[in-house]
Structures are given as structure tokens and as C-alpha cells.
Design a protein around this ligand. Structure first.
Ligand code: PLP
Ligand code: COI
Length: 356
């Protein structure tokens, strides 16, 4: 069954929370809009999505999400331009990746029109919550998890798909200091690293806490066998500039195929930057830092946009990155955010207009 916006029922919140939002001091993902989209999978099919006031959900203690972690999510943003029109960035790519994650976690895929019509209807209803200030946006969190009951370790028979939104500011307050991980792994060959599975993030918290206790903000994940190949930076893909070449690792079943990452690859090429997608070793990066050819490192992702790295730690030594006058990170960040906020032509066709 295909759906249109008019097949989505809307129960409006009795009172708006908009006056409680301090748009000039937004943290990341900690205050929420008035409504959320909810859609249940029961008896082998998705029911019609509905929009309801943002509220807690009640689940049976035996719901499989609590025991076996069948849970996936996406991260997207909605932007407002100076005319207050609403835009998304490559949303169909998020939908595709959501279903790739769903398949790997044995969760039923959600049809594109449920995802897109549901999201657009929600954004039009809660459009007032999309910040107008530079650098802020509405962070959108589509997620899906097993509500089906029972302790049997097998896929659930019922699921819930929800989209919740949070007006948000920057993910990181400033530059990021990272530790190159030499003990723990985020993902493994044949695992679920390429999926946005909740458990991938739970597994990162402990090693990240250890790094934070040593004064770092984030972990740089390396491959699970040798800890020699640079893979990701926390919840971001990673870019490394040696001399004037911008390098990022190839995606694999251990690495998330980031939408920001693939957009940066195109933008950088179009700005005449020499780009290489290839495996990059810790040895090479440490050597480049020692020789002074390591110019920049930055993380890239929807939440973090482009987050420059100030220094990295490896085996008890910290290596500082130079302060550059015109870093690639700034140039690329401007190009991508200008497209997102409708400040420049979008020759790539990435901007998706939702309208008011
Ligand atoms: N890598 C991981 C592990 C992430 O969680 C994210 C965030 O979504 C990214 C990379 C960046 O992906 P995207 O640019 O699609 O947000
Ligand atoms: C995103 O960038 O949207 C993410 O999903 C990262 C998240 C863990 C905050």
C-alpha cells in the first residue's frame, strides 16, 4: 500500500513547548519538538503512520529490544533558509541506508513513502522548531526497534518506527582531540559496523570514556586485527590531509558509508583538491606528523558536520596539528553548509525542498 500525507493521522499537542526553547543556546539533541511520527509493524505489515504529541512510550518488559538489541537509527537534519523555507539534505540516501541497517538486524524494511511522507508531514507541523540561527538546525532521528515480546533469542514479530526531532546546535563545542585506539574495536569483518545499529554505539562508550579520562574527546577507531588502519572517528568518518592530498579510507563492512563523507569527496574534487580513497595506516599518519607533512585531520558526519581535529594521541605521545590560515576543512564546510542552508546553487541535486 502506498501512502500520501493525507493518510497520516495527526493528533496535535494541546500546548506547544516552543516558548521553552532557547534558540540562542541550543545544545545537541536535548530538547524536542511538539510531535513525533509513530508507525507500528504488526501481523507482518506496517500500519498507517500517525503523528502524535511527543511523549514517552510504554513497552512490555519482554520486548526484544531490551534483550537482544534489535534497534537501528538514522541521523538527518532540516535547515531553514532566510525565507523560512525548509530543506533536507540527501534524505533518500538516509532512507536507503536505514533499510540496509534494517536488513542486517532482521528488522522489516520501511517503505520510502512511509519514511518521506511521514517526515515531511512532521516537519511541516513542527516547522517552527527549525532554528534560523547560523550553525543550528533541526536534528532528525528516525529509529526503529523490536517491540515484539518474548525471551526467545530470535527476531521479534512486532516493531515500532518513530521519527523524533530536536532543535540542535553544534555537536562539538570546538576542535576535537582524538586518541588512536590500540586495544578496543568498534566493529569487525562480517559484523554490523556498516549499519547504524544502536549496539555499535553502546560498544563505543567504554573505550571512549577511557579516552575522555585521559583528556581526549573522541577515539579514532582502527581495524580490529592489527589496529594499524585508520577507520572512523567516533560517530564520524575521518579525513586526513597530507601535504595537499585529502585522504579517507574506503568503506567496508566495518565502516559506515557516511553521506557527509561521500558529499565531501565530490565537493573536494570540484574544488580542485586532490582526493584519495585508500587505506591509511597509523604509521603513515605518525610519520607525516613527525615530518610536518600532516596538515589537517577532520571528522565528518551529519551531527558533527565537519569537526577539525586539534591533536591526536598515539602510544602516550600527543601530536599537534598546525593552525592553518585557509584549511580545507573550512572551505569544504562552507561549500556543504551553503548547499544545506540554500545559500548557493546546488549543482549536485542534493538539496530537497520540503516547503513551509
Ligand atoms: N560514522 C558513524 C559511525 C556515524 O555514526 C556517522 C553518523 O551518522 C557517520 C560516520 C557519518 O555519517 P553521515 O555523514 O551519513 O551522518
Ligand atoms: C549523526 O551524525 O547523525 C549520527 O548519527 C551521530 C550520532 C551518534 C550523534
Amino acid at each position: 500500500m502506498s501512502i500520501q500525507s493525507k493518510s497520516i493521522s495527526v493528533e496535535k499537542a494541546s500546548q506547544s513547548k516552543i516558548d521553552q526553547i532557547d534558540f540562542d543556546n541550543l545544545a545537541f539533541g536535548s530538547v524536542f519538538t511538539d510531535h513525533m511520527l509513530v508507525c507500528d509493524f504488526k501481523n507482518g505489515a506496517w500500519e498507517l503512520p500517525k503523528i502524535v504529541p511527543y511523549q514517552p512510550i510504554s513497552l512490555d518488559p519482554s520486548s526484544k529490544i531490551f534483550h537482544y538489541g534489535q534497534s537501528i537509527f538514522e541521523g538527518m537534519k532540516a535547515y531553514k533558509d532566510k525565507n523560512e523555507d525548509i530543506f533536507l539534505f540527501r534524505p533518500l540516501d538516509n532512507h536507503k541506508r536505514f533499510n540496509i541497517s534494517a536488513k542486517r538486524l532482521c528488522i522489516p524494511e520501511i517503505p520510502e513513502d512511509y519514511f518521506m511522507e511521514g517526515l515531511k508531514t512532521l516537519l511541516k507541523l513542527d516547522g517552527e522548531f527549525i532554528p534560523k540561527n547560523e550553525g543550528s538546525s533541526l536534528y532528525i532521528r528516525p529509529f526503529m526497534f523490536a517491540t515484539g515480546k518474548g525471551f526467545h533469542a530470535s527476531p521479534a514479530d512486532e516493531y515500532k518506527f518513530i521519527i523524533a526531532c530536536a532543535p540542535s546546535g553544534a555537536y562539538f563545542a570546538g576542535k576535537v582531540k582524538v586518541l588512536i585506539e590500540q586495544t578496543y574495536s568498534r566493529s569487525a569483518n562480517g559484523g554490523v559496523g556498516f549499519a547504524k545499529a544502536g549496539g555499535n554505539y553502546a560498544g563505543q562508550f567504554y573505550p571512549t570514556q577511557l579516552a575522555v579520562a585521559k583528556g581526549y574527546n573522541q577515539v579514532i577507531w582502527t581495524d580490529d586485527t592489527e589496529h594499524e588502519y585508520i577507520e572512523e572517528a567516533g560517530a564520524m568518518n575521518i579525513f586526513i590531509r597530507i601535504n595537499d592530498t585529502l585522504i579517507t579510507g574506503p568503506t567496508s563492512d566495518r565502516i559506515l558509508d557516511g553521506i557527509t563523507r561521500k558529499s565531501i569527496l565530490e565537493i573536494a574534487k570540484d574544488h580542485g583538491i586532490n582526493v584519495e580513497v585508500r587505506k591509511i595506516t597509523v604509521t603513515e599518519v605518525v610519520q607525516a606528523a613527525k615530518e610536518g607533512t600532516l596538515k589537517e585531520m577532520f571528522g565528518a558526519g551529519t551531527a558533527a558536520v565537519i569537526s577539525p581535529i586539534s591533536a591526536f594521541g598515539f602510544k602516550d605521545t600527543d601530536y599537534e596539528l598546525p593552525e592553518l590560515n585557509a584549511p580545507f576543512a573550512d572551505k569544504i564546510k562552507k561549500a556543504i553548509t551553503d548547499i544545506q542552508y540554500n545559500k548557493s546553487d546546488d549543482t549536485y541535486g542534493w538539496r530537497y525542498k520540503v516547503t513551509k
